[in-house]
Structure formats: structure tokens, C-alpha cells
Design a binder for this molecule. Structure first.
Ligand SMILES: [Zn+2]
Length: 458
């Protein structure tokens, strides 16, 4: 139920859940939800928004701490650089991160994501323990740092504590570089239970993740899923790298996506992150299951993962959302543009992800990422609709690229026009977090981030 209206905003142009509308009065209640929408309304006393309004998207895949190494790993090691050599550099960072570093980096990242057009982040959080692998006095110490960062930044948060127990298929022992990630099933369930109340207090949603089929056995996955509510989102990295496919085949005779569907009832609560290495049959199986595929185009390009067969997946009715993962990109533009461009480069054709004549690619991608992202984040209602969280992005109405445009051309200009910073204001849960491109706490958040980087360089 929506409560009484606390305040209203007026948008000349707004992308509602059923399409573009003019002169929209958006009523927002005490809980930060949209309580009413009136089209063709007068602005009256409402705050007049300074440009076209679109729904903020959920970033469905983040490892916040990796933002600290963005741009520092592009140094050749001698011709054989890969995901796996990148991972060693990431483990070097993991070994040195203190809780205060993780919090400072996450707060900075979350502000950047909002400036990039996201209103929520789904944090796939696997850095749990101290540098020596021993749990902190409070087993949830590192998770609470992510919650605290989200309170500082004001971003919407879906927290996914990650189960991680092994280094490879077949229950192989973890490596030294993985010791901060490791739980047994009971320890992981204790962590989940510990986080229920803090997430409730902070207004965050709580789901869970299985790191990958390398990191968990089929029995462990089954035991965890038996013990948690069946409505919570479940995410997993799957089929990102060809080496994972080979290891899966060697272990079980099944490819990773096949193996996952063998051992779990994969349905709409699931998000399959990457799923890059998939066959046509697997693409159809994922689409039919209702699971969301979590595509992270800038990271997948950065790591040389490959190109997800998105044209086939959409043709099969598949659902996807976008994530910024390692955060070499932090904007909706970066991810959606590269998603489409990757398909164009592979296929040597244009406009690959909108198949109907006259359909806007930008609109098609934005709509899909909105609904897929909301599903993966565990949100019951997506977009600018009555009952949804008031998560709004106001684009810069003063930009000459945007001021005269209407309808999907606005999204086209923003996502494919290369017009620079177009996100002006962002509202999350009925509260302004970004105003005129700035966060009220930019100064302190930047200072804490810089101090964390200084400590990590030492
Ligand atoms: Zn990831």
C-alpha cells in the first residue's frame, strides 16, 4: 500500500513504466515510494525537475573494492596476460585491504555509480575475513562496512554475502590468496543470519551468492538453498572464461551452465553473472528458466572474457541486467553502449539488440536493464510506477543535445551520442543524492577514498 503524499515533483518529460509521458506530477510518500502519477498535470507547487526524467537502473553486479585498482592493471606482463593474471593482481589488493579501506572505496564507488545513472547496487560481497584468513570478532565486519558506505552515499543496496569454499571443481582446497573469502556452510549461514537485522535497519535488501561452480560443491549449494528463504535473490558467476568450461567438462562431463541446471532449480530468483561461454541450447535453457543474465560489458571486455550471445538470448525471450563488476566503467552509458557495440563488432552489422523495425536500441536496452536489474536486485516493482521506490534520474535539460528532443531520442542521445556527463540529479528512495552532478558529501568521501589509496600504495 502506498502512503500519503509527502511531496511532489513535476517533469515535463518522463519515461514511466508504460512509456514516455508529458507534464507528469510524481507524488512521493513518507517511505520514499511513488504514491501517485498524474499525466498532463499542472506543476502547481511541485518541484519542477530540470530535464527529462528516467528511472534509475540497478547495477546488478559489483565488487566495490576492485574500484581501487581500476586503470592500474593495464601493464603487460609479457604477452600472456589473461583473466587469471589479472586475478593475481586483484588478490594482491585483497591481501592489503583493511575494513576502513573497503568502506571508503565503496562509498566513493557508490557515488560514482549514481552520477552514472544507477540508483541501486547489488554487492556480490566475498571479502569477509582478516588478512590472515581469520574471521573478525564480528563475523559480519566487512559486510557492515558495505552497509555503512551505502548509508553515507544514499544508494539503494542489495547485499549478497558470497559463499566461497574451494579453489576449483571437485572441492579443491582454497589457495592462500583466497583465505579472506572462505566459509563452510554453517559459518556462511551464521553470517547471513547476523546480517538480517542490520540490513533491515539500513533499508537494504539481503540475498546471497554462490561465488562460482569452482568455489562450491553441488552438496554445499543444495544445503545453503535449503536453509534460506525461497524469495531471496541468488547470484552466481558462471561460464565467464573458457578455462572454466574446460575444468567443468573435465570434472563432470557437463559445461558450467548445464552443470548448474543439473544441480539447482534455477528460476527467476537467480542471476547468472556473465554466462559468456554458452551454447545455443544453453542460451535457450537460461531464457526458459526466467533467470536474469548479469552482463558486465566493460569488465568482460577488460578481462578478455568474450562476447555473450545477446542477440540469440533476446530472441529466445531472455532477461538481462547490467553490472559494473570490477568498475573499469561506472556508468549506464558505458555498459549499455558496449553491450550493443560488442554485438555489432562480432556480427559486422548495426542495431543488433532491437529487432523490430522502428524500435530504438537505446530504449530496448534501457527497458531490459531496468526490469532485469530490478528482478536480480529483489525489487517487487521496477521503474517509475505507483508502488515503486522513487529512484529517478534527471537528465540535463539544459544540454543542447537533450533540450529539444522527445521520447526515445532522449535515450538515444544519452546512451549512444557520446554527449558527456548528462546525469544532472539523482533521487533514491525519495531522497536527492546527486544534485547538479554533485553529492553533498563529495568532499569527505573523496578525502577518505584518497587516504585509502595512500594506505594501499604504502
Ligand atoms: Zn564478479
Amino acid at each position: 500500500m502506498s502512503g500519503s503524499i509527502k511531496f511532489s515533483c513535476f517533469a515535463e518529460k518522463a519515461l514511466l513504466s508504460d512509456g514516455w509521458a508529458r507534464d507528469v506530477l510524481i507524488g512521493i510518500d513518507d517511505d520514499g515510494r511513488i504514491a501517485s502519477l498524474k499525466r498532463g498535470a499542472a506543476s502547481g507547487e511541485a518541484e519542477r525537475l530540470a530535464g527529462p526524467v528516467v528511472p534509475a537502473l540497478a547495477d546488478l553486479h559489483s565488487h566495490a573494492f576492485q574500484r581501487a585498482m581500476a586503470g592500474l592493471t593495464d601493464v603487460a606482463a609479457g604477452g600472456d596476460d589473461s583473466f587469471w593474471t589479472w586475478r593475481e593482481k586483484m588478490y594482491d589488493l585483497v591481501a592489503r585491504l583493511a575494513p576502513e579501506d573497503a568502506e571508503a572505496i565503496a562509498a566513493k564507488l557508490q557515488v560514482e555509480l549514481m552520477k552514472g545513472g544507477f540508483g541501486r547496487v547489488v554487492e556480490f560481497h566475498y571479502l569477509h575475513h582478516g588478512a590472515d584468513g581469520r574471521p573478525y570478532d564480528d563475523t559480519a565486519e566487512m559486510s557492515l562496512r558495505i552497509l555503512s558506505a551505502a548509508t553515507t552515499s544514499g544508494i539503494g543496496l542489495t547485499l549478497l554475502p558470497v559463499f566461497y569454499a574451494h579453489s576449483d571443481f571437485g572441492g579443491a582446497a582454497p589457495t592462500a590468496g583466497q583465505r579472506r573469502f572462505i566459509h563452510d556452510v554453517d559459518g556462511f549461514l551464521t553470517l547471513l543470519h547476523r546480517l538480517v537485522q542490520p540490513c533491515r535497519t539500513a533499508g537494504a535488501r539481503l540475498g546471497l551468492a554462490i561465488h562460482s561452480l569452482r568455489a562450491a560443491t553441488g552438496d554445499e549449494i543444495a544445503n545453503i538453498l535449503d536453509a534460506v528463504p525461497d524469495h531471496a535473490p541468488v547470484h552466481i558467476h558462471v561460464a565467464e572464461q573458457q578455462r572454466e568450461v574446460e575444468a567443468s567438462l573435465a570434472h563432470s562431463g557437463r559445461r558450467p551452465v548445464e552443470r548448474l541446471y543439473d544441480i539447482a532449480d534455477v528460476d527467476s530468483r537467480w542471476c547468472l553473472v556473465h554466462a559468456t561461454q554458452t551454447t545455443t541450447a544453453e542460451v535457450r535453457m537460461i531464457a526458459a528458466s526466467g533467470a536474469v543474465v548479469g552482463l558486465c560489458p566493460t569488465t568482460e571486455a577488460d578481462l578478455g572474457d568474450g562476447v555473450f550471445p545477446a542477440v540469440d538470448f533476446l530472441a529466445a525471450g531472455g532477461r538481462f541486467g547490467i553490472g559494473t563488476d570490477s568498475h573499469v566503467g561506472t556508468t549506464v552509458v558505458d555498459e549499455l553502449r558496449l553491450l550493443e557495440y560488442g554485438q555489432r563488432l562480432a556480427d559486422r552489422r548495426r542495431n543488433r539488440l532491437a529487432s523490430t523495425a522502428g524500435a530504438s536500441v537505446a530504449r530496448t536496452l534501457h527497458d531490459a536493464a531496468l526490469t532485469g536489474g530490478a528482478q536480480a536486485a529483489g525489487l517487487p516493482v521496477a521503474g517509475i510506477a505507483v508502488g515503486a521506490s522513487a529512484d529517478l534520474v534527471v537528465l540535463d535539460g539544459a544540454s543542447p543535445y537533450l533540450s529539444g528532443e522527445t521520447g526515445d531520442a532522449i535515450l538515444g542521445r544519452w546512451l549512444f551520442g557520446g554527449i558527456g556527463q548528462a546525469v544532472r540529479d539523482v533521487m533514491v528512495g525519495g531522497r536527492w543524492t546527486i544534485r547538479e552532478g554533485r553529492h553533498a558529501r563529495d568532499g569527505e568521501i573523496d578525502a577518505a577514498f584518497a587516504a585509502a589509496l595512500t594506505r594501499l600504495r604504502a
